[in-house]
Design a protein around this ligand. Sequence first.
Ligand code: FES
Length: 114
Amino acid sequence: MFQPLTKQSDNEEITVHFNGEPLRVASNISVAAALLSHDIQSLRQTLQNQSPRGPFCMMGACFECLVQIDGVTRQACMTIVEEGLKITSMPQNQPVYEDLNQSQHEKGTDIDDL
Ligand code: FES
């Protein structure tokens, strides 16, 4: 479904961890692209009926790609991978937007400003 725009040989590989599992991924791609390259498509579930959610727009608009990276809620499509990142699925039954708004507030931007 997805194909890299650069040759794989142009990319250095690094290791990130998703739900405790090590993944070798290209060094210059987003967390969402890295997870999709390993066919990981479901990153959280909805509160209402536990429907799986995963990256959709890949440009920061839909917020379907929320994950926790080193314990902080982030948009996977807007975060570039780094060696040793610890990425986890969003905890079930947790309102994701309150946590995201808190992390955006700490960075100086509220979600309402996005
Ligand atoms: S995939 Fe839409 S915001 Fe990340």
